[in-house]
Design a protein around this ligand. Sequence first.
Ligand code: PAF
Length: 291
Amino acid sequence: MQEITDPQEMRAWSRAERSAGRRIAFVPTMGYLHEGHLRLIDRAREGGDRVVASIFVNPLQFGPGEDFASYPRDLERDRAAASARGVNMLFVPAGGAVYPEEPRVRVAPGPMAERFEGATRPGHFAGVLTVVTKLFHLVEPDVAVFGRKDFQQAMLVRRLVADLNFPVVIDVAPTVRELDGLALSSRNVYLLGDERRAALALSRALRAVERAWRAGQADPDALTRVALDTLTVPGVVPDYVALVDQELRSVSRADAATVVLVAARVGRPRLIDNVVLGEGVARDPVAAAAR
Ligand code: PAF
């Protein structure tokens, strides 16, 4: 595995690879890689001849009271994991290389960013789409892989690419879970003691909704109540439950394509999870990844 820190070198490398006829698959990350990221890399290997992964904790997507400074970082471990999983190029730009000065122009994410994570974290998606735009310009990938756990982010990146004509295919990969159902997230390291067990309420709520839907309940309000009942346990503060379509619009009747979104604070971290009703919450993380 090679490593580049300089944005111009990154672009030159990609251009050389592409002019040699090789397809570039890209996995943007903020590091502290876990199995969820590594499955994105596996998918990227299938979708391209060269895999680029980036590690950059993007200050623009963190709000004033959020965890930018303390966001978990471990570059040595990330290097070893990325290399073992077959990454060809690790792009690790310094903050000053990505933002040499305070960026004045930002990507406006539009109405899809107004609800859910966007409502709780003002400015977050403008920060995400701005850095994704910059990374796409620097890496110039043919395909980029994002995880479905961050469903709103993945759909917004799809919108960005469609609306602004980026020549990139966006591949959205299934959520990878622990055996007990907890969706993998770098922020799970913040869960202390009993919070780890309490956090299972999110995937349990999704399963409860899925069961109720399979039993014939299609009313979004009734299904939301099912989720909220399951989420109402000590240590969990629900933020939202919503049943939406792929454009993040509320549905009037749940069907197989409906996505159930949940967010809750469990101790320090705010956790998010989701399920596509027709697919269900996989119990087996290997099965989940193979979908
Ligand atoms: O999902 C993430 O890790 C980040 O939001 C991303 C896409 C790497 C942009 O900083």
